[in-house]
Design a protein around this ligand. Structure first.
Ligand code: USQ
Length: 408
């Protein structure tokens, strides 16, 4: 298949380019390098060293004897998107080119506006360009489990049967996002659903859980093929932050009570799922929703897992609950379904501690890069719009008095 990846320089995008090429697909893609700028804005850097795209492409050629059709560009530029689709004629368009951070979108009105403009325009451009250049292609769109929020009932895959005043229908399951970022994904979902209905496009909207991990097998031993790994308060996701904290001897930070439940999956499983979805498109006109995660974990339980694995590697890892900078339920019901991917042949990794160990070993190798930006680990972007000057190591009084030393 000819596979187009929007966001090819990102954490998932670069990994996916390697993964899909090795599954025999012809891969093309683009990136605006915004992610590099956002992380720099947070005063941080990728823990893994990331070279310039020209060097990445060179390493790709040397390792795989193939070329990626890569062009730098911005998905909010409609002519760029249309021209790329016209010349490349993709069978699948995988859209990973969105601003992916909840905290970043909550900084202030400018960050919220940017997130909405960037994410919504990019998706609208893709829908229009697909209609005009490649109407039979399959849009594989990265949504998020966070679109659903944490309702008191089970979460189906996108749709549910409902009976109201004696009549029945199959309707989209309600979305209750908790950040301006997650809300952009809800708007995207509605826009894609409508495009499938009125223009007969086909799409799979992936409600993906929180991804973690440093590598996939396809990266091999060439350091230039590594994907980025962020740990700052905006672009580092929970387990990745925990691993970075453990590697540099800083306390792991479950927010608040730390009983929030989320679905997680390792980077290698995220690739497996994206591959399966791409290779098994729905019929024209269908808007399909899949929930993509492996297991549901509690945030404190996860911190203790990282602590346990750290101890095996000789690290003294401390877990400290800190005040929750977000408005979110800290104790709640959470039971999402995730059957569609299993039916397509998804084989989850299951051994989360083994994945954490791989990440920790990689991070120990790059420890000095995390240490150099350790201040970026502090979570000071708050959902009420205030930003407190805190250093979570120095200001012990700021800690919620639940602080725990070791767990099991
Ligand atoms: N959390 C902590 N401590 C930390 C960091 C996070 O307790 O140091 C908690 C958060 O409060 C939240 C949970 O961990 O309850 C997940 O936070 P996260 O930063 O790992 O993930 P989130 O903000 O939800 O966003 C991430 C990605 C996003 C993706 C989403 C999937 O950044 O692109 O859409 O995961 S999901 O969470 O399923 O919506």
């Amino acid at each position: 298949m000819r596979v187009f990846i929007a966001g090819m320089d990102g954490y998932l995008g670069w990994s996916l380019a390697l993964y899909m090429t090795q599954r025999g697909h012809e891969v093309g893609g683009t990136d605006s390098y915004f992610r590099r700028n956002w992380v720099a804005e947070m005063g941080s850097q990728s823990a893994t060293p990331i070279c310039r795209m020209t060097e990445r492409l060179q390493a790709f050629r040397e390792n795989f004897g193939a070329n990626l059709k890569y062009v730098r560009g911005d998905m909010t530029d409609y002519n760029f998107v249309l021209n790329f689709f016209r010349s490349f004629q993709p069978d699948a368009v995988i859209h990973l080119a969105e601003m992916p951070s909840a905290p970043y979108s909550m900084v202030d009105v400018h960050h919220a506006n940017f997130t909405h403009t960037n994410n919504l325009l990019g998706t609208l451009n893709i829908l229009h360009a697909m209609r005009d250049a490649c109407p039979e292609a399959h849009l594989v769109k990265l949504g998020t489990m966070g679109e659903y929020g944490t309702p008191q009932i089970d979460i189906p895959e996108g749709f549910f049967e409902i009976e109201y005043r004696g009549r029945k229908d199959r309707l989209p399951f309600p979305r209750q996002a908790g950040s301006w970022y997650h809300q952009t994904k809800v708007h995207d979902s509605n826009n894609i659903m409508m495009a499938c209905r009125i223009w007969g496009l086909r799409s799979t909207d992936i409600m993906q859980g929180v991804v973690f991990g440093t590598r996939i097998r396809e990266m091999g031993e060439d350091e230039r093929l590594l994907s980025r790994f962020d740990f700052d308060q905006c672009f580092g996701t929970a387990i990745n932050r925990y691993c970075a904290q453990a590697a540099v001897g800083m306390p792991l930070t479950p927010y608040g009570k730390g009983n929030q439940l989320r679905g997680f999956l390792p980077l290698r499983d995220s690739m497996q799922c994206l591959g399966l979805i791409t290779e098994n498109p729905p019929p024209l006109g269908e808007y399909r929703v899949v929930n993509q995660f492996e297991e549901v974990y509690n945030l404190t339980e996860l911190a203790f897992k990282v602590q346990r694995v750290g101890a095996r590697l000789g690290l003294n890892v401390v877990v400290r609950h800190v005040e929750n900078p977000r408005f979110e339920m800290e104790e709640h019901y959470y039971n999402p379904e995730h059957q569609i991917l299993l039916d397509l042949g998804y084989e989850p990794t299951h051994d989360i501690e083994a994945e954490i160990e791989i990440a920790l070993r990689d991070l120990l190798r790059y420890r000095s890069r995390v240490e150099a930006r350790a201040h970026a680990l502090t979570p000071d972007i708050r959902w009420d719009g205030t930003r407190r000057e805190v250093n979570y190591l120095d200001e012990v009084s700021w800690m919620v008095p639940l602080a725990v030393g070791a767990g099991r």
